[in-house]
Every structure is written in C-alpha cells, then in structure tokens.
Write a protein that binds this ligand. Structure first.
Ligand SMILES: C[S@@+](CC[C@H](N)C(=O)[O-])C[C@H]1O[C@@H](n2cnc3c(N)ncnc32)[C@H](O)[C@@H]1O
Length: 278
C-alpha cells in the first residue's frame, strides 16, 4: 500500500504546498479569484474561436487587451482599499474565467448582457470596459447585473459603471422581468437556479446568444438539446493556486452551419488512406 499511497499523494503534494503562501498573501474567503495558466489562456482563445466561428488570433488579441489594461487593476485596488470588504478581498486583480467573458463581449459586440450573481463586480467591470470599447467602435450595448445582496457590485464605480445597470433582486424574479433579447447570460448565483434560468431563457435568449454557467447540473445541456444549440465545457487550469479550477458550461449556436455539400467537399479533399499511412 505504501508505494500506492505515495503515487496517489504525489498528485496533491504540489497543490498542498501552495496553501501556506496563499494563506499569507490572500484575504479571500469565497468566490476566490485566480489567474488562468498561460497555456489555459491560449486554450481559451481556441475555445472562443470554436463557439463564435471567429479566428483564435482575434480572441487571443482581446484576451491580451484585457490583461494589458493598466486601468482596471488600479481601479480595483482603489475600490477594495476603500471598501469594508477589504478584509475578505484582495487588491490584486486575477481575472480567471472573466478573460473569456471580456473577449466574447469584444468578439460579438452584444447589445444586452445579463449577469446573474455579481458579488464584488469584477465581471461587471470587465464587461463595462468591453462595452465602452465596443461603443467607441460604433456598437453600443449594456450589462445588467443582478444580485440579492445590497453590498454586491462595490467595484462597479466610475468610470467602470458606464453601460451598466444593477438590479437588487432574486435573480429568477429579475430575469423574468427582462423582455429584451439577451445576447450573453452569465449564471453565477446558486446551483438550484439553473433549471429555472434555463426555462426563462427559452424565450429571452437571442437566436445566437450565449450562456455561461459556473454550475453543471445538466439543465443547460438539456436546454441546448431542446433548442437546437450546442453545449461545451471549458475547464480552467490555474496559475499558482491550490484550487483545482472551475468548469464553465457554455451554450451557443454557431452562426454558420455546414451544409451537406460543404461536408462532401471536405470528404473529397481528404488525403487518400495510402498517403496517411506512409
Ligand atoms: C459566485 S458569486 C458571483 C461571482 C461574480 N459573477 C464574479 O464575477 O465574481 C455568487 C453571487 O450570487 C449572489 N446570489 C446568491 N443567491 C442569489 C439570488 N437568489 N439572486 C441573486 N443573486 C444571488 C450572491 O450574493 C453572490 O454575490
């Protein structure tokens, strides 16, 4: 048993070593923030390319646009330092999955984004920045953030509150009241909301709209199957963090579907079997 124990333990050793430095360097208790590994960021660009049909290089460019933005880290550090939440929040910005949210908003230029579950508002700040840049390029849009806690969204302050609205409410009630088509929906409240959100989105998600969910109960996969959409899951790999990373469920519909003749063309262009094996 000892060699087998050592073998299994080796998988967790390096993660365990990260707990001590994290205890000293971070104040976070819940909704931990972390950075994606560089390789996972490259994979995120490929993932965005797959779900939008846009070049991965363009998605990678938008991810870098966020990571190289000096104003968001300065803004977040200022807001956290002034907030009563500073004892459970970090001044350093670590975007994690929000690099996908930002790059998607830059890629598809949405009119309406809804984020259910705002917490301190880091994703709202990223969306607000993306929407400001989209507006400068002639594509206005807005983000509606919903949270049941009145202190949520304390990072969403000028200039990162432009193009944003905050709704203090239970998210199911708030989504029920939305009548305009939703281009990006972020489900990050509680696991039990997933099936109710899915039901409400049947009539509220725009034809080529996207859903991201931090939970994977199967409700959004069933939603995708019911409504003729696709469902994929992005697995986060973290840089220097003990947390194993989340799984980001994504519902989408590709704008261009391959026709039978496209597929036939691909088949005839394939290399003959003999050349593959040589
Ligand atoms: C994981 S955090 C959201 C993280 C956030 N999207 C981000 O980018 O950091 C979950 C949030 O959902 C909110 N929440 C929980 N139950 C809710 C409900 N019934 N309606 C609306 N918000 C809720 C919590 O107050 C909390 O702020």
């Amino acid at each position: 048993m000892i060699p087998r124990y050592r073998f299994a333990n080796a998988y967790f050793k390096s993660k365990r070593r990260m707990i001590g430095p994290w205890l000293k360097s971070s104040h976070e208790l819940v909704n931990l923030t972390y950075s994606l590994s560089p390789e996972n960021q490259r994979y995120a660009a490929q993932y965005l390319s797959l779900i939008t049909g846009r070049p991965a290089s363009e998605a990678a460019g938008y991810i870098q646009e966020l990571l190289n933005d000096p104003e968001i880290p300065a803004h977040v550090a200022r807001q956290v330092a002034q907030s009563s939440e500073r004892f459970v929040s970090d001044e350093e910005v670590r975007y994690g999955r929000r690099v996908l949210y930002y790059a998607l908003a830059r890629l598809i230029k949405p009119k309406v984004i809804v984020e259910a579950g705002v917490d301190k508002g880091l994703a709202m700040v990223c969306f607000s920045r993306a929407l400001a840049r989209n507006a400068e390029e002639g594509f206005p849009g807005k983000v509606i953030g919903i949270d049941i806690e009145s202190k949520a969204g304390y990072l969403v302050k000028p200039p990162f509150d432009a193009h944003s609205e905050f709704v203090l409410s239970d998210s199911v009630e708030a989504v029920r009241a939305i009548t305009e088509p939703i281009d990006i929906f972020i489900h990050e409240t509680i696991v039990s909301h997933e099936s109710e959100h899915a039901r409400l989105l049947e009539t509220r998600l725009s034809e080529y709209g996207f859903i991201f969910s931090a939970w994977n109960t199967g409700a959004f996969r069933e939603f995708a199957e019911r409504t003729g959409r696709n469902y994929l899951v992005f697995a986060e790999e973290l840089k220097d963090h003990w947390y194993q990373g989340g799984h980001l469920a994504t519902v989408f519909r590709l704008p261009v579907r391959q026709t039978d003749s496209d597929l036939a063309n691909v088949a005839t262009q394939r290399a003959p079997e003999s050349s593959l094996s040589s």
